[in-house]
Design a protein around this ligand. Structure first.
Ligand SMILES: [Zn+2]
Length: 535
């Protein structure tokens, strides 16, 4: 990887129909020239203000819309090539979806689909219920959750939901064939890939309707390939949050798959109905805690009203039964954050259902009132971008573990603001978040493996760290800078480093450089939107 440049760009290129923005850490005159060396734009020297999150004196420069071609940005002695084309982001969007294929568990990744990243089937042995060791089951399939080999129901549910909503809203941006085993079966590959997780989640449901929280070992595996990981796996106790998230996701999946495979869709809906019955029969919320002796991902969640809200919205959308609408309304009045779409707070997925699926059917409270509140939250997000030198939709004190999630989530909200209002004023701000993910940031680093001249090389990802191949598995997005919750050993290293630079492209740094399925998925949503604008 080359030295950092003071000219920070979207390293995968720019679209010929959208503004070309770069972040320049320089007070010198900035010159944009085209391929023939003709000056297109100059920006006068100016001493930029300090960006709080990075400590950089940085200028965000909007060069406007440029015809397809090669360009060069100069600032003092620094120069950087910039490429503008008609459809620059389909490849990276497709790769982010295919990234989930590489996370598949329980099957071999065959060479014809996985290329050099091929490996034999993993985690196919019988698993044991943690609480009742006499219960043994076969629960193969699903995606490895992140850098580890665990599989978790709640995170899987939101990942699938991001993908389904991306497909429902922006099919033009995510309908390519991806060379996965199901390609060519008449179903879009994004839905084929999501179904791989859904089939596994179905097996995670107990007969009484509840879902096991996760399927993991007692401890994380060392950095070995998945097929070499033979420690026993356990079905950890059932949880309210896993059951609520799976219920919502399955009710949504029912609608996404019913025209392609009615039998599968019916299975999704009946499983969702059995989950909601369990929830209603067990109204006392018990947050999941890892049983003693279990050290794998906790995914602790102390709030359950958001999972229920999302579930009731999707159930109403799929069944038309007004009792679900009434239940959703009751939860809505408790006050939910409507622009959260991550595993811990899924209220935003319920909001998406109300605003883009139910619409008029949602009624006064769940459409009109909810929409006002939603748009208000979007305006707050937009304000964040104006306070950042890089236009990043994240306050300086919120660079948490997986900061890419709030950044991509906030891009989603600003995109949806435009769809809801017809007002494009937040579109460029949303695009700045996509640019951030692909290199226009304080680290001059693309966070998606395999994309960009300077992108993450050493993600905290067991296959990438143990397959003996120099390149990381492609199409995986790194969690990014983390000032708030770094590992103890990195706390000292980061002590005097500004939040947006607390990052290590080093394999052990799960705290800054892990990958996760539910970070890929909001990026898929954002990539699908911007790619759909390029068709
Ligand atoms: Zn596996």
């Amino acid at each position: 990887m080359g030295e950092t440049s003071s000219i920070r760009i979207n390293q995968t290129g720019y679209a010929s129909t959208l503004p070309v923005c770069a972040a320049v850490v320089s007070d010198e005159k900035i010159i944009l020239t085209d391929g023939a060396g003709k000056i297109i734009k100059t920006v006068d020297p100016i001493a930029p203000g300090i960006d709080e999150a990075s400590g950089d004196r940085v200028r965000l420069v909007d060069f406007g819309i440029l015809p397809a071609g090669e360009y060069r940005i100069e600032a003092g002695s620094e120069k950087r090539q910039v490429s503008v084309s008609d459809d620059p982001w389909q490849k990276v969007t497709d790769a982010l979806i295919k990234g989930l294929y590489y996370q598949r568990c329980g099957c071999a990744l065959e060479k014809r689909y996985a290329g050099v990243f091929t490996h034999p089937a993993c985690h196919t042995a019988e698993v044991t219920e943690w609480e009742d060791r006499s219960v043994k089951k076969l629960v193969p399939g699903g995606w490895h959750d992140a850098g580890d080999y665990g599989k978790y129901v709640g995170p899987g549910a939101v990942t699938v939901a991001h993908m389904i909503y991306a497909y429902l809203l922006f099919p033009k941006g995510c309908s390519n064939e991806l060379n996965i085993p199901e390609s060519g079966n008449g179903i879009p590959d994004i839905l084929n890939e999501a179904r791989y997780e859904l089939e596994w989640m179905l097996k995670m449901q107990r007969e009484d309707g509840a879902f096991y929280h996760k399927l993991t070992k007692a401890r994380f595996a060392p950095f070995i390939m998945p097929q070499d990981d033979h420690e026993p796996e356990f079905l950890m106790p059932v949880s309210h949050c896993a059951t609520g998230a799976a219920c919502a996701c399955f009710a949504l999946a029912y609608r996404a798959y019913k025209d392609y495979d009615p039998d599968f869709a019916d299975k999704m809906l009946s499983s969702a109905l059995s989950a909601i019955k369990w929830i209603e029969a067990n109204p006392e919320f018990v947050p999941y805690v890892n049983p003693e002796g279990v050290r794998t991902g906790w995914y602790g969640d102390k709030e359950f009203s958001d999972e229920c809200f999302w579930a009731y919205c999707e159930l109403f959308a799929s069944t038309g039964d007004t009792k679900y609408k009434e239940a959703a309304e009751k939860l809505y009045t408790k006050g939910l954050k409507l622009t959260s779409y991550g595993w811990a707070d899924v209220s935003g997925l319920g909001a998406l259902c109300c605003l883009f699926v139910l619409k008029d059917r949602a009624g006064e409270v769940l459409y009109n009132d909810l929409k006002d509140k939603y748009l208000g939250e979007c305006r707050d997000i937009y304000e964040l971008t104006k306070r950042s030198g890089y236009g990043t939709a994240l306050p300086a004190d919120r660079y948490i573990w997986g900061s890419i999630l709030p950044i991509m989530s906030n891009a989603m909200s600003m995109i949806l603001y435009g769809l809801l209002t017809g007002d494009d004023s937040m579109k460029t701000a949303a695009l700045l978040q996509w640019n951030y993910a692909l290199g226009m940031n304080a680290l001059d680093l693309g966070f998606v493996t395999g994309f960009g001249e300077r992108s993450v090389r050493n993600p905290h990802h067991r296959p990438s760290g143990s397959d003996g191949i120099d390149d990381p598995v492609p199409g995986l997005i790194s969690g990014g800078p983390n000032k708030v919750f770094p590992y103890q050993e990195n706390r000292e290293r980061f002590k005097d480093i500004p939040p947006a630079k607390c990052f290590l492209d080093e394999t052990p740094s799960a705290d800054t450089n892990e990958i996760a399925i539910y970070w890929n998925s909001p990026a898929i949503f954002v990539g699908a939107y911007f790619s759909s604008l390029c068709k």
